[in-house]
Design a binder for this molecule. Sequence first.
Ligand code: FAD
Ligand code: SIN
Length: 532
Amino acid sequence: MKKVDVLVIGSGVAGLTFAIKMAEKHPDRQICVLTKTNKEESNTRYAQGGVAAVWNFDTDSHEKHIEDTLDAGDGLCDTDVVDIVVKEGPVRVEELIEWGTRFDKKNENYDLGREGGHSENRILHYKDLTGWEIQRALNEKAKSYPNLEYIEHYFAIDLITQHHLGRWVTRLTPNIECYGAYALDTDTHEIETILAKVTVLATGGAGQVYKTTTNPSIATGDGMAMVYRAKGRMENMEFVQFHPTSLFNPAIENPAFLVSEAVRGFGAILKTPEGKEFMQKYDPRKSLAPRDIVARAIDNEMKMRGQDYMCLDCSHLDKDAFIGHFPTIYDKCKSLGIDPMKDLIPVVPAAHYICGGVKTDQVGQTSMLNLYACGECSCTGLHGANRLASNSLLEGLVFGHRIYEEVSQKIEGIDYAEGIPNWDATGTTDPKEMVLITQSMKELKEIMSSYVGIVRTNVRLKRAFDRLHILYKETEELYSNTTISPQLCELRNLITIAYMITRSAATRRESRGLHYNTDYPEQQPFLEMTLI
Ligand code: FAD
Ligand code: SIN
């Protein structure tokens, strides 16, 4: 059994921002960060476009960024949270720069990019590798604190609560407490009990619940599923953002390669494979309309025309400037025999971001005592029904900081739980049939992509429910008699995520933001969050 003051699960932008600040301010406290594979791997590492922050006050303002965020969020943003994130964001980005993050400059000033839904250029970026650069700088900074233990290949399985003390815990139980987590050391296959005064979840997204996703294989919604199992509150899970432009590759890649929205911000135009513009039919902002509109437009054109992809035309753009801004995208296209300066780039929508998650308040506190959540696994109220491009890294920075301030004040009064048992693996044996796990994973992704994708109907949602129920029963049985492995845990977590998305989607009897149900094509005047 291990005891630490603070347990941070996840080492992307949100988890490390919190951990670094906490370690710096409290050299006497032990901060432990777990990451399920290696330090370089996270959704953060793949971010291309950049971080949205008001930087040039001659042309831009907090009010404009707030308005753009609210407009994308389609009536469901928490306006106070939007205000907080937009106004505190620039200071957090300055800190990131002080910690060694590089952003591209033009004539001594930051070269601010534009993305869909933004009324001004306000995206700070490092070529098309912004997330890689942020992850690099944070990993480097984290090394400098002797009280920050950063453990790779540790897979958090479940949160520890009163349930593990033998008490009956339901969704109606008041004051559910979090005492730390059970985690699997994937090198030794031992399950460790980690007790913590405070636990911070920063486990990222769940794109792997769909067949085509820009998210890396670690994005299996583990943190969200753990909170749901522990009977914590979840919110807005139906709002799954599909990025309009992942690179179409007939030799399906997992993850799908992203062609950043910044490419459209740079002037690329969406066209049919025959070279005809179509976005004017859907929105006056055309190729730079918010993501939900563009993804649905592409989906619709593909279905209407029976084509496998739509295209991005970059042929009119300056070649040197394009390569300077988007070297990775350029190289990737070339590797597939596509010359972005001459050929149309084939693109398809792909699951990209989940706007819902673990419900938190303005300081990242979840419904469970001593459990905080930040980053993509959380639902703070910033994104509402649709996230504005490049607001996610910003949210991770702002909430990482807010949780640090809150925990700094509170931790003095918190003690370790007594009497927590170690993990009990009696009655389980090594998996004999890996195919049961891999096949169920394939089925799961197929169900979600076919029935709970960009366009939903009541019949599709019902079918998804029925199929998910079978997968759920089979997987729970497997879980009860099989030795724990990351693959089995991820399958189980993704089934939970799929259930939450489908259930929330079925509950929302309207179309709004990222949730589009053809049986209820209109918005309802009464706005509400879907809580589970
Ligand atoms: P992540 O960065 O995903 O980190 C999650 C961490 O949790 C990882 O370290 C992982 O190992 C760990 N973890 C997960 N489960 C467990 C477990 N069970 N046990 C232990 N550890 C666990 N957003 C923007 O704002 N701007 C962009 O330009 C942008 N571009 C994007 C491009 C791509 C291709 C993708 C996929 C996303 C992009 N996003 C962008 C979204 C953004 O990158 C993510 O939302 C954000 O980085 C999430 O950060 P995070 O800290 O919450 O989680
Ligand atoms: C992109 O670069 O298009 C992704 C930006 C984001 O997801 O915020």
